[in-house]
Design a protein around this ligand. Structure first.
Ligand SMILES: [Zn+2]
Length: 400
């Protein structure tokens, strides 16, 4: 209560003493004070608990309990099996899945077998799953490689593939006839990319690796990368300076995008720009047809949120139309179904907590605590469903 109110009450009190008895004055004062108090509290409570305002603020955000009721898409998984455990868990948790084929002779099963699994699951769960085919680099140095690749893609599209994966082997292990590493901006890819664009099919490109791969282990940001590259020195590029640098990988990808402005390109794993929301923002500004998936890189958002919560929060809001929720969960049918289901559920729920709530939390790959981003509902719908729906699930019927 302010000083002016007290002065007014005191002066009113002095005037009334001339007319009323002391008892009447006491009652009047008590009544007046009580009225002021009631007005004050009623006013305050109306301001705080106005029903419409409360409803609106609750409607603006989801809670942890909304996890199952909201339709979601995980835009990067690998279902390399006819087993259905992961798809069952997706049904329980209200997810659709994009399963992605890859081509790497050192990482079986072969892409043709992966495609068989994908088509099998697509037939069994047409509403639940979509698949991305891939291109083979096995016979890259043969004269008919381009023709063979286009024939394979035609067949994949006819069977329902909605995207094409290109894999990091391009840039990191594929060599030409002279033994030189082949980067993704090599002109031999142009005819194939043009064919994919003509079919209005997006490319999911995993090119390069996280920047941590080119750093010494002690300078890496997240625990997952530290242990992975410690255990796999053969893939730790810091130890292999004879291979292209991180920047060379990113530049080759960018030059390929410059050559193909109509290509709908999804940069897998935050487009290998996971280490900096500012660098990622620059690429999204430069390439309007570029989207990125978050597969296996959400810990990098969490790591940055530890010191720049507002920056990560605002980045996700600004680029809400250009980001896809994704995990990179892999199943090859050898896992214990109940363990696989629980792991998938825990992962999906933990990520939901990070994006939808502002709870303080921890994650296995990040040291220390960080706070959830509490993104508005509309943003969650875009990240979790609408963007992926437009790219992969929209007009599947017309393609078949
Ligand atoms: Zn993957």
């Amino acid at each position: 209560m302010g000083r002016d109110h007290l002065t007014l009450i005191k002066s009113n009190f002095r005037k009334t003493t001339l007319i009323y008895s002391s008892m009447q004055i006491f009652r009047l004062f008590k009544y007046l004070a009580l009225s002021i108090l009631i007005c004050f509290f009623v006013g305050c409570s109306q301001r705080k608990n106005s029903p419409s305002e409360k409803d609106n603020s609750e409607k603006a955000y989801f809670t942890l309990d909304d996890f199952k009721s909201v339709e979601k898409i995980d835009a990067h998984v690998h279902v390399n099996t006819e087993q259905t455990s992961l798809i069952q868990q997706a049904e329980e948790d209200n997810f659709r899945l994009l399963t992605i084929n890859w081509d790497d002779v050192n990482d079986p099963p072969p892409m043709e077998i992966q495609q068989e699994f994908a088509i099998h699951q697509l037939k069994a769960f047409p509403e639940r799953i979509a698949y991305a085919t891939t291109i083979s680099i096995k016979n890259f140095n043969n004269d008919d490689w381009q023709e063979q690749t286009i024939a394979y893609l035609k067949n994949s599209f006819a069977q329902g593939a909605v995207a094409v994966k290109i894999y990091k082997v391009i840039g990191m292990s594929l060599r030409d006839k002279n033994g030189n590493l082949v980067m993704i901006d090599d002109p031999r890819f142009d005819g194939i990319i043009d064919f994919i664009v003509k079919n209005n099919i997006p490319i999911v490109g995993h090119l390069g690796e996280p920047k941590n791969c080119w750093l010494p282990v002690e300078k890496m940001t997240i625990k997952g990368d530290k242990s992975y590259f410690h255990d796999h020195p053969e893939y730790h590029m810091y130890l292999h300076p004879e291979f292209p640098s991180y920047e060379a990988q990113i530049d080759a990808r960018d030059r390929m995008l410059e050559k193909h402005p109509d290509l709908k390109f999804i940069g897998a794993h935050l487009g290998s720009l996971e280490w900096s929301i500012d660098e990622l923002a620059k690429r999204l500004d430069k390439f309007p047809n570029m989207t990125v998936d978050m597969a296996a890189r959400i810990p990098h958002f969490q790591y940055q949120a530890k010191t720049n919560w507002q920056g990560v929060h605002d980045f996700l809001i600004k680029y809400q139309d250009r980001l896809l929720y994704a995990t990179d969960i892999v199943t090859n049918g050898t896992e214990d179904p109940s363990v696989l289901k629980k792991d998938a559920h825990d992962r999906w729920l933990s990520d939901w907590k990070f994006f939808a709530t502002d709870e303080t939390m921890q994650a296995s790959e990040v040291e220390g605590e960080f706070k959830g981003l509490k993104l508005p509902r509309d943003v969650i719908h875009n990240l979790y469903r609408k963007n992926a729906e437009k790219l992969f699930f929209g007009d599947r019927k017309t393609k078949r």
